[in-house]
Design a protein around this ligand. Structure first.
Ligand SMILES: [Zn+2]
Length: 204
């Protein structure tokens, strides 16, 4: 990348309704295409029993994008003009990456119709670095992997529960126990994994 293309900006981004200040690096224009998990978009990969991205996560509209892993790390946080904040979870075929010289982002949609509606556009892309990103970890439970921005203990119906919040702001329960110590122990183990810089944590 040319050094003059690197501009550090501080922008107020509206992310899922909440405005947060983030450090943003402009990466210039990218060709931004769209895909879903159908056979037209994914060919042989569409026949998996459970749909997975190249990083092992369940592809999710509002979160998942595919791009070159030579340029970006899996899990990296990008902001795409007129689309919003997305996470690098998947990668396109190598011949597609080569065709656009790496300057390609494929945005995941739940339906083929929505993917078609988006079509192919040239859009400005920014790399986001914010505080929350540092506390991100992949939570593996059974056959599913979820990116967690936050994890908190809740009490409900006499039970203690551990809830995680995904990058799209949606929260859900990942564990439950009658004893608060058990849930606190689990939360501490996740905190420790984040502190050590682990990419993933498995909950049995
Ligand atoms: Zn499709």
């Amino acid at each position: 990348m040319n050094s003059f293309a690197i501009i550090i900006l501080v922008l107020n981004l509206t992310l899922g309704g909440e405005v947060s200040t983030a450090f943003v690096e402009s990466l210039g224009n990218y060709t931004v295409t769209a895909y879903c998990s159908c056979e037209v978009c994914c060919g042989k990969w569409s026949h998996q029993k459970v749909q997975r991205t190249a990083s092992g996560t369940v592809p999710t509209q509002g979160i998942t994008i595919a791009t070159s892993w030579d340029e970006f790390e899996s899990g990296e946080n990008l902001y795409i003009e007129s689309i919003g904040k997305r996470f690098v979870e998947d990668k396109p075929s190598q011949h597609i990456i080569n065709k656009y010289d790496g300057k390609i982002i494929d945005v995941y949609f739940d339906s083929h119709q929505e993917a078609l509606k988006h079509g192919k556009q040239t859009l400005k892309v920014y790399k986001i670095q914010n505080e929350k990103e540092n506390n991100m970890i992949s939570i593996i439970k059974g056959e599913s992997t979820f990116t967690a921005m936050e994890h908190n203990i809740h009490q409900q119906d006499g039970k203690y529960q551990l809830w995680i919040t995904r990058p799209n702001g949606k929260s859900f329960k990942v564990s439950e126990d009658d004893k608060v110590e058990k849930i606190q122990e689990l939360k501490s183990a996740i905190d420790y994994a984040i502190e050590k810089g682990e990419a993933a944590f498995r909950i049995d």
